[in-house]
Design a protein around this ligand. Structure first.
Ligand code: AMP
Ligand code: ZN
Length: 476
């Protein structure tokens, strides 16, 4: 393993990453609530996780990653008030909560695939883990941090006060954390800040389970504590989420987990900043209108251009999205593709790269190890290709593929897919033409060009070699 630095929200410092059991790095990510499509803001959060995972793997860590899917218990306010988000959509569409959840899960996974985001080891659904939540709630009650009333089981926040307790992550008082939220005083909670672990006596709620305290359903936060403990252990190395989760959701996860186990819950909390709309506001579902992966494709933008767009900004900086800016990122994407597609077969098949390429690999890795400095890493990757053109030495394919293991552009798969479109005769003509151009035999090169066109292909000269594509069909 090589050193890796990351900003830890717990300490507000960039720290050396030291996992509990190296080279294993356990990582839990708060995933989607599946009642609406996930927008590009959400996708920024998942791209951040994917990039972090890939970068840590490049540094020798064996990342074990779990992401939850919330399909029950998330109310229309992040507090315990309002309606269950999934049941609200189910009622509006005349469908069952299961149908709603399954529909949006399929859409979510399709969008992740379009962005080449690797699936986690497990997608854990809240409704599949009710038993784990009940066991955890009982542990919290047994340790004296939760109480049962007629309306539910509540976490007693007053008991969880102290320097290392509530407010440790957000560095906010309870009132500050809940600012702008309507706290309902009408329930039988001891304190309006107490939050629900289990909700009872809500007959209109569709999804209900038996529990030691009566029929009901879980609060939103408990699923993340229960599922991370179940799959990753009582102390995990990394926990991700967007900045909006720091107050309330992650504070509550810490309180639940640590009061139940007596151990630290998370060693490094890492949070991504927001993707903003052009008007400067956070892209959010509550705004009613939000951009989706489908909007990119409808505008003729490859979803991987959005991937590169996010890669081009630091994860801790806000990023303003527009179709125009994604189109700009597509230029960089095409720059990489063009290089990969036009790469002469002998350069692609070379046993080793030219020595100079190694410096670029080192600089790329060093940028990522520096609190995931992706804009710097992207500049290095672009420069590697630029330098190959400048030197007229294209033996960088091994290095470029290693960089792409983090960039996630699937360059090798796309090159192979593009190559597979061409019959052997055309591939041979292309190689011969590359050789003629290298030897500055322009007459022969022109002849070969015409022969490739006669086979039904378009020919484009690029600094990297002959780029061929089926006539009138796009390679992408
Ligand atoms: P949700 O489905 O709203 O619970 O959000 C899923 C993930 O996306 C969470 O980690 C959120 O913090 C994150 N998220 C939501 N909106 C944005 C945004 N505009 N930019 C970046 N991340 C976001
Ligand atoms: Zn969570």
């Amino acid at each position: 393993m090589k050193p890796f630095q990351i900003f830890n929200t717990l300490t507000r410092k960039v720290e050396e990453f030291i996992p509990l059991n190296p080279p294993l790095a356990t990582m839990y990510s708060c995933g989607p609530t599946v009642y609406l499509p996930q927008h590009l803001g959400n996708m920024r959060a998942y791209l951040f996780v994917d990039t972090l995972k890939r970068a840590m793997r490049l540094h020798g860590y064996d990342v074990r990653h779990v992401m939850n899917i919330t399909d029950v218990g998330h109310m229309t306010s992040d507090e315990d008030e309002g309606e269950d988000k999934i049941e609200k959509t189910a009622r509006a569409q005349g469908k069952s909560p299961l149908e709603i959840a399954n529909f949006y899960i399929a859409q979510f996974q399709r969008d992740l695939a379009a962005l080449n985001i690797e699936p986690p080891m497990n997608y854990t659904r809240a409704t599949d883990h009710i038993g784990d939540m009940i066991v955890l709630i009982q542990r919290i009650i047994d340790h004296g941090y939760a109480y049962v009333t007629n309306s539910g089981v509540y976490f007693e926040v007053e008991k969880w006060r102290g320097p290392d307790r509530i407010g440790r992550l957000s560095r906010q008082s309870l009132d500050e954390q809940h600012a702008g939220q309507r706290l309902d005083h009408s329930t039988d909670k001891k304190n309006p800040h107490d939050f629900a672990l289990w909700v009872l006596n809500q007959p209109s709620h569709i999804m209900q389970w038996e529990s030691p305290w009566g029929r009901g359903y879980p609060g939103w936060h408990i699923e993340c504590s229960a599922m991370s403990i179940r799959y990753l252990g009582e102390t995990i190395d990394l926990h991700t989420g967007g900045l909006d989760h720091i107050p309330i959701h992650h504070e509550n996860e810490i309180a639940q987990s640590e009061s139940a186990t007596g151990h630290p819950f998370v060693r490094y909390f890492v949070h991504n900043a927001f993707l903003l709309g052009m008007e400067g506001a956070k892209i959010s579902k509550s705004a009613g209108k939000f951009p989706l992966v489908d909007d990119l494709t409808a505008a003729g933008i490859d979803p991987l251009a959005f991937r590169l767009f996010c890669f081009g900004a630091k994860y801790r900086s806000e990023l303003a999205f527009s179709l125009e800016s994604a189109r700009g990122a597509q230029k960089n994407l095409e720059y990489f593709w063009e290089f990969a597609y036009a790469l002469p077969d002998d350069a692609a098949a070379a046993a080793a790269d030219s020595d100079w390429a190694l410096d670029y690999e080192r600089n790329f890795a060093a940028a990522l190890a520096d609190d995931l400095n992706t804009p710097r890493a992207l500049a290095v990757a672009l420069d590697l290709v630029g330098e190959a053109y400048r030197r007229q030495d294209r033996k960088i394919w091994h290095s470029l593929r290693r960089l792409d293991s983090v960039l996630g552009l699937g360059l090798e798969e796309r090159r192979l897919a593009a190559q597979a479109q061409f019959p052997e005769t055309v591939r041979k003509l292309r190689s011969e033409r590359d050789a003629a151009r290298a030897a500055k035999d322009f007459q022969r090169s022109d002849e070969l060009r015409l022969r490739i066109i006669a086979e039904g292909y378009e020919v484009k000269d690029t600094p990297g070699g002959t780029l061929i594509s089926p006539r009138r069909a796009s390679l992408s």
